[in-house]
Design a protein around this ligand. Structure first.
Ligand SMILES: [Zn+2]
Length: 596
């Protein structure tokens, strides 16, 4: 009974933390959008009355609106309200949303969702069809305001004139407009803490968001819009190759600290975004594929050093402490891309600096630095155009770091033998070195390094190989709508769970619910890191080098008190944080031996 109570409190705590964080993000982004807008147009002060409120006024003054086509100032002002704050008519010819000309005459849709329909065609099939299409494509569309046909014609005339009228070339104007579109996609993603934005340009343009690890189709626009979007994304970057080349693989970076290039300082990223890494790829049968990784500043407000809030338990936090207390040797965190290893490493480094009250020299070599580590010297690897050049630059930075009197070295990632050799040289010369590696599990770190070409005698030395860590991010289920496993007797998981963990397992396990107001209808409330940590000895390392993985793991579990990732995940499952699907997704079916 006591145990059960304790669990409930923990779940509640976790949830409160998440809710607060999300609220803060939404507020931040909202206030930032306002900043962007007020920067962008200083002369139209009356536009801080939101468009939503201004519109009914126009409708009331219908007789004035009737003369919209006249160029008298008053009417011009009304149109300006519709087009205020860079609001854009997206159904305009050759605009982002393609509409046939017959439909276009009956309606007008703006980038902020304002939707205007010809009052005589309210129930026209084409109009109803348009609404359904927009909803399917997830393009924002408000409830319609009804105007006359001539008013709608005036809106289009104004939009088209606006495009041609400005003396700076039309190309420049549309470039600027595209950067606004670029920013609005980023802002939309930032509100939902999207980790990656995928832009696929083919017959049409599809934008997908990765949220909590899952891909979701978010928006659909025309092909032309997508091509312009990709060019605008490239143009906005701070660090990139000189020119955009449609048929090449190119990488670029946009920092949150600087305004978008070519916007006279007017456009900035939402301020909770620290940086965006952009990867431009040509694709077969389509034209382009852009992937943007968003790095958030408020993932770690005030350089917080809390490993617990990432999801680590008391036992794992203690093991991390022991590794930090050790002034020499290699500590490696493994995991695939998107497993949260960089975040864990960064928090650990902040903690390390705090524990030493800043009296040690911590140097990092990263490509590029992902998150700030207050007190550390973070050395970026300058953007190089080829992989080869990149490796060369990385090796250069790494040897420079070794010559710069470090106590602790943090290396973003080991990818090549030359980087690995330098990392081992650092560890051999009495430094503490922390790094990450692409490997599937903590034991697999040894085999991966062996495959890269690291000498066996170094891999077998427990004075060098101090810590092997691997981690995954597990989606947390919403505690308000989760469903007890015992109500899911018919599910296929029920039987496997009963086989693996018996009635105790059934009693204490929950599955993801159907969604509620607390989780935004998703049944998921963020993610938690779950690690496996090995503090190896010589015998374990020898078994791994000899390819006796199964014996090595059995030895680690029985003699070194080890806890494999699956057991750590099951512990979270039995506390109701994560569900069984998620455990099986990362750790294999529960009624089978885990795969290493
Ligand atoms: Zn819920």
């Amino acid at each position: 009974m006591v145990e059960e109570k304790k669990n409930k409190v923990e779940v509640a705590d976790v949830n409160t933390g998440i809710t607060d964080a999300t609220d803060a993000t939404v507020k931040d982004v909202a206030s930032d959008e306002q900043n962007v807008k007020s920067d962008a147009d200083t002369e139209t002060h009356n536009t801080d009355i939101s468009l939503e409120h201004s519109l009914p006024k126009i409708v009331k003054n219908a007789d004035i609106v009737d003369d919209l086509q006249d160029d008298n100032n008053e009417n011009q002002n009304l149109l300006q309200v519709l087009f205020a704050n860079d609001n854009r008519l997206i159904t305009v010819e050759n605009g982002p949303v393609s509409v046939d000309s017959e439909t276009r005459h009956m309606l007008a849709l703006f980038s902020d969702g304002t939707y205007i329909v010809d009052e005589n065609h309210k129930y026209d099939g084409k109009v109803l069809n348009f609404v359904a299409t927009m909803k399917r494509r997830r393009i924002p569309i408000a409830t319609p305001k009804y105007y006359s046909a001539s008013e709608i014609a005036a809106i289009y005339a104004y939009a088209e004139r606006g495009m041609g009228q400005i003396n700076i070339s039309a190309e420049e104007t549309s470039d600027y407009q595209m950067q606004i579109d670029f920013l609005s996609v980023i802002s939309r993603a930032a509100v939902h803490k999207v980790s990656d934005i995928h832009v696929v340009v083919a017959d049409s343009t599809i934008i997908l968001f990765r949220i909590n690890g899952m891909m979701e189709r978010e928006l659909e626009y025309s092909k032309e819009w997508g091509e312009a979007f990709v060019r605008a994304a490239f143009a906005s970057a701070d660090i990139s190759d000189a020119n955009y080349a449609k048929n090449e693989f190119q990488g670029a970076q946009k920092l949150g600290a600087t305004p978008l290039r070519g916007t006279n300082g007017k456009l900035r990223l939402p301020h909770n975004i620290l940086a965006i890494r952009l990867q431009f790829n040509p694709i077969a049968f389509g034209s382009q594929y852009l992937v943007m990784r968003l790095l958030y500043a408020d993932d770690n407000p005030n350089g917080e050093s809390d490993l617990r809030s990432l999801g680590l338990g008391t036992r794992e936090i203690e093991l991390f402490y022991r590794l930090r207390a050790n002034a020499t040797g290699l500590k490696i965190i493994a995991g695939p891309t998107g497993s949260g290893k960089s975040t864990t490493l960064q928090r650990n480094m902040i903690k390390l600096l705090q524990e030493h009250k800043g009296e040690i020299n911590v140097i990092t070599v990263e490509d590029p630095p992902e998150y700030p580590i207050p007190g550390a010297r973070q050395m970026p690897v300058t953007n190089a155009s080829t992989e080869e050049e990149k490796d060369e630059e990385f090796t250069k930075a790494l040897s420079a770091a070794l010559r710069s009197d470090p106590d602790v070295l943090m290396v973003g990632e080991i990818r090549t033998l030359s980087a690995a050799s330098l990392v081992f040289r650092g560890a051999l010369s009495g430094h503490s070195v922390w790094t990450t590696l692409h490997a599937n599990s903590a034991p697999a770190i040894i085999t991966r390094l062996r495959d890269i070409g690291v000498r066996h005698y170094m891999l077998e030395d427990p004075e060098i190989m101090k810590g092997l860590i691997s981690q995954r991010l597990f989606r947390k289920i919403c505690p308000y709508c989760r469903i007890p496993m015992k109500e899911k007797r018919a599910s296929s998981g029920y039987k496997r769970l009963k086989t693996a963990l018996g009635d105790y397992g059934i009693e204490n396990t929950f599955v993801r619910g159907n969604g509620c107001k607390f989780c935004g209808g998703k049944g998921i409330i963020g993610r938690m890191s779950v690690p496996e940590i090995i503090l190896p000895n010589a015998y374990f390392l020898k078994l791994m080098i000899d390819g006796k993985t199964k014996e090595a793991i059995d030895y680690w579990v029985s003699e070194l008190n080890g806890r494999p990732l699956r057991d750590a995940a099951i512990e979270r499952m039995l506390k109701g944080y994560i569900d069984m699907d998620e455990v099986e997704r990362w750790c294999g079916l529960l009624d089978q031996r885990p795969v290493y």
